[in-house]
Design a protein. Structure first.
Ligand code: NAD
Ligand code: UD1
Length: 340
């Protein structure tokens, strides 16, 4: 299949692009590089063993997206492009609605006009809101507590409505839990701009000396060690989930399929700091800090639907996630080189 990968230069998109190519697909990246660097492209070319077709286009630009899709002969779109920082979304909600909803609308419009019938969408466990039971199941009600979360709830709804209006459309809503880790080569990985929001890149920056210590947000949660528990999954397992979902869209009669992508096993902040300390060979300093507003005690998936319907499971261990992150971070202490 020839597949348009929006946001393909980003963290999850770059790993998925390589797995699509390895599975025999032709992956074409479209990215505006607002949250990634162009220097990822030659690294992807090297890992793929051939140049990857890519376009620097803002997919909220309807005309530019239309021209790209019109001449592209695509069979599917995997839509990663968007903004994802929760705190920033509270400060700049309109940008989040404009970019996240606008990108989905312009891609769907272009797909509709040019006969592209399959879309795989990057949703998030954040759509389960703050009071969900664990493990989280796909049929739970959705809600949100911040603009970022609302954009995911709304994008899911837009995609469902589009599938009602066009019964030939096939939509996969992939609800990721907490993606971490990096490609085994250590040449591509997560490179957040500014101060990272998420735990793993923060721990990795402490390990490499860019930050002094890990601030552990709360040790009084009702969990075994008092720190928050999450369902971390390796980005390579997550990437494989996209390839499996895309295959499934070719055969399913369901217009919309929703799959949790997680391991089903929670890991605490303290366990994560310990695992990373093992991976980098030094006890990483940490300090207990107040809870982060908006955080929940526990979040982990019931991944059984993805296992049954996609034949997919996330098997890489927490130690592998930390070892691969450490390889990437230690080889690239400042992340990707700046664009010229
Ligand atoms: P990322 O920021 O690394 O990648 C997003 C990519 O989209 C970047 O390369 C960015 O430049 C590009 N982009 C942004 N706006 C664009 C636009 N208007 N036009 C073209 N390209 C644009 O993020 P990621 O971690 O790879 O996340 C990918 C998707 O997965 C996002 O939709 C995110 O919300 C979702 N998601 C991520 C996580 C996570 O923890 N990383 C969890 C759940 C869901
Ligand atoms: C965050 C987002 C969520 C998003 C998810 C994946 C918030 C409130 N939620 O969730 O919407 O879908 O990332 O991108 O931002 N922690 C620390 N110290 C830190 C950073 C984190 O102790 O410096 C703890 C957190 O309290 C939490 C765990 O580590 O218990 C994981 O945090 P994080 O990586 O930010 O993920 P989520 O909280 O799941």
């Amino acid at each position: 299949m020839r597949i348009l990968v929006s946001g393909g230069a980003g963290y999850i998109g770059s790993h998925t692009t390589l797995q699509l190519i390895a599975a025999g697909h032709e992956a074409v990246i479209v990215d505006d590089f607002s949250r990634s660097k162009r220097s990822v492209i030659p690294r992807l070319d090297a890992l793929a063993g051939a140049p990857i077709e890519w376009y620097a286009v803002d997919v909220t630009d309807r005309d530019a997206t239309e021209s790209l899709v019109a001449g592209g002969s695509f069979e599917a779109v995997i839509h990663f492009a968007g903004l994802k920082a929760v705190g920033e979304s509270v400060e700049q909600p309109l940008d989040y609605y404009r970019v996240n909803l606008g990108s989905t609308l312009s891609l769907l419009a272009a797909m509709g006009r040019h006969g592209v019938r399959k879309i795989v969408f990057s949703s998030s466990a954040t759509v389960y809101g703050e009071n969900a039971a664990v493990p989280m199941e796909e049929d739970f009600p959705t809600s949100a507590t911040n603009p970022y979360g609302w954009t995911k709830v709304m994008q899911e709804q837009i995609l469902r409505d589009a599938a009602v209006a066009d019964p030939s459309l096939r939509v996969a809503l992939l609800r990721y839990f907490n993606p971490v880790g990096a490609h085994a080569s250590g040449t591509i990985g997560e490179d957040p701009s500014g101060i990272p929001n998420n735990l793993m890149p923060l721990i990795a920056q402490v390990a490499v000396g860019r930050r002094e210590k890990v601030m552990v947000f709360g040790d009084d949660y009702p969990t075994p060690d008092g720190t928050g528990r999450r369902d971390y999954l390796h980005v390579e397992d997550l990437a494989a989930g996209h390839v499996a979902a895309l295959d499934r869209l070719g055969t399913t009669a369901d217009p919309v399929s929703t799959w949790n992508l997680g391991t089903g096993t929670p890991t605490s902040v303290r366990e994560m700091v310990d695992a990373f300390s093992r991976a980098c060979g030094r006890a990483l300093p940490f300090e207990i800090a107040p809870r982060r507003p908006g955080d929940i005690a526990e979040s982990y998936a019931d991944p059984s639907r993805a296992e049954t319907e996609l034949g997919w499971t996330a098997d890489r261990t927490i130690d592998q996630m930390c070892e691969d992150t450490w390889r990437w971070q230690s080889q690239n202490p400042e992340g990707y080189p700046d664009d010229e």
